[in-house]
Ligand binder design. Structure first.
Ligand code: ZN
Ligand code: ZN
Length: 112
């Protein structure tokens, strides 16, 4: 997966691809199926994040395994921090692993 990813980043990703007309429907169905932020468990301000961004892998735009639900409160939520490592110019290649670690930590966090 990572080698494939690096190949795409360094190589021949086509620029300026158009978003699919099916994206809205895919997005809606995905949110219905996964209605919780996979980092913090929030059910508010949910965004569907592409694990490998659209501009690198437009062919994975509608691919469920490339999608993950993250929250986006004030444009600075889990989507921004974990999905994009605090820069909209970037993305997190290990979001899948990180979501498992952080979701576990957050649901088991110490409560007073
Ligand atoms: Zn969240
Ligand atoms: Zn994103």
């Amino acid at each position: 997966m990572l080698t494939e990813l690096l190949k795409r980043i360094t190589g021949k990703a086509e620029k300026g691809q158009k978003r699919s007309s099916k994206w809205r429907k895919t997005r809606k169905e995905f949110i219905k199926e996964f209605p919780v932020c996979e980092i913090c468990g929030s059910t508010e301000k949910l965004e569907i994040h592409h694990k490998i961004p659209f501009h690198i892998a437009p062919d994975l735009e509608l691919e469920k395994s490339n999608l993950i639900t993250l929250c986006d409160k004030n444009n600075r939520g889990c989507h921004f921090i974990f999905g994009h490592l605090c820069s909209w110019q970037s993305f997190n290649p290990s979001i899948e692993l990180d979501s498992k670690i952080w979701y576990y930590k957050i649901i088991n966090r110490y409560k007073k």
